[in-house]
Ligand binder design. Structure first.
Ligand SMILES: [Zn+2]
Ligand SMILES: [Zn+2]
Length: 393
């Protein structure tokens, strides 16, 4: 989710609205042979819709990125399918480009209701509790769960069952969940990988809400996991899987060489730059830049079909523009770091971003750039009592 544009500078002039922010239109268009663009409403900051692509064949329909979990998106999804002459039961395959909820949202439900196969990358994972769970022993997971249950028992507000968030038909509750999800884009309560900046613990009632949210936002289990180079038959022809880590580790694009069409997910968007979250283990920005080059250099790539915004024709041009943006940010960060001397990620992110964007998202993006500078020998890092300190050199 959360494709936050990192906006260079901050000119006073009002910005023209970005196409990724447009509200979901009910219009359905065939954007490539046998490929329908259907827009579903979402509420992520800076985004107005997600494109669910429908790929038609004689067995029915494959959908790519079927929107957010929850009733309003589901209603829109069914309405779009009906306008296109399909029912949920006609969907035989769901492809999810990456593990963000605005992309995998309805996948589990479609899988269940239509018996559809669900395809995602081998590394497909989720950003919610299950990701943390994956690194926990069963005993630890049980202990944490018990702790949460005990906490709930001593809470004298409404019970978990009574919380409005469990009512799937309540829009106000959904909006509440929405707000939590936005806050949850980096889990609260722990230290960030770069140290220092803790997400504040929400009050207990909010934590109960978050637990409820996790039930709703449970990521689906893929029935088929694919890897770089795998072939998938969609709309009666072969598409190649292109693994494109960067925005998330498990991001994939799909390429149809016959028509030069790239389903680009959040990897390449028409006017905004996808969020790159840093990681202490790797160089996420390096992965991102390398796989941008990869999709930009595909033979005869003529049409990009992004997860947000309109179809665009100049894929290599867009790739170059996004790379340019990151190189500029990197140079600016290098300069700022030289001027500031040793500084942590939070301080550096404040130099790089205008105040209204301060926070964990800006920090994780700054962290990604700092790690790239460090791993290309242009900055050094040391650990000051659990907080990374960087100095450009
Ligand atoms: Zn995303
Ligand atoms: Zn997205």
């Amino acid at each position: 989710m959360t494709d936050t544009a990192s906006r260079p500078g901050d000119p006073k002039a009002p910005r023209p609205p970005k196409q990724e922010q447009e509200k979901a239109s009910e219009e359905i268009t065939e954007v490539a042979p046998g490929v329908l663009r259907m827009q579903l409403p979402i509420w992520m900051p800076g985004l107005g819709h997600v494109n669910m692509y429908g790929l038609m064949d004689d067995r029915g329909l494959t959908v790519v990125d079927p929107g957010l979990p929850g009733p309003s998106s589901w209603k829109a999804l069914k309405a779009r399918l009906a306008s296109a002459g399909y029912r949920v039961k006609d969907i035989h395959t769901v492809v999810v480009t990456h593990s963000h909820p605005d992309h995998f949202g309805a996948a589990g439900r479609i899988r269940k209701e239509a018996g559809a196969q669900l395809i995602a990358h081998q590394a497909f994972t989720t950003w919610t509790m299950d990701k943390r769970r994956a690194t926990l022993s069963d005993a630890d997971a049980e202990r944490l769960e018990q702790q949460a249950i005990d906490e709930a028992a001593h809470y004298d507000g409404p019970s978990l069952e009574e919380l409005p968030s469990l009512r799937d038909d309540d829009q106000a509750a959904m909006d509440d969940i929405t707000a939590e999800t936005q806050r949850m884009s980096v889990p609260w309560g722990g230290t960030t990988p770069w140290g220092g900046s803790k997400h504040p613990e929400p009050p207990l009632s909010r934590r109960l809400m978050i637990r409820a949210m996790r039930l709703l936002f449970a990521p689906p289990d893929p029935t088929r996991r694919v890897r770089h180079g795998s072939s998938i038959t969609l709309a009666g022809r072969e598409w190649r899987v292109v693994h494109t880590p960067g925005h998330t580790l498990d991001h994939l694009c799909l390429y149809d060489p016959e028509n030069g069409v790239l389903l680009s997910g959040d990897h390449v968007l028409p006017t905004i730059t996808p969020h790159i979250a840093g990681s202490a283990q790797g160089d996420a920005l390096n992965s991102y830049l390398a796989t941008l080059d990869l999709v930009g250099s595909l033979d005869d790539v003529r049409l990009g079909l992004p997860a947000h915004g309109h179809p665009f024709t100049d894929v290599p041009g867009r790739v170059e523009a996004i790379k340019e943006h990151h190189f500029e940010r990197m140079e600016k960060l290098h300069e700022v770091s030289e001027a500031l001397g040793p500084a942590n990620v939070v301080a550096l992110s404040h130099e790089l971003f205008p105040e209204k964007h301060w926070g964990v998202m800006a920090e994780s993006e700054t962290f990604a750039h700092l790690e790239h500078l460090r791993q290309s020998g242009r900055a050094e890092r040391w650990d000051d009592d659990g907080t990374f300190v960087y100095r450009a050199g």
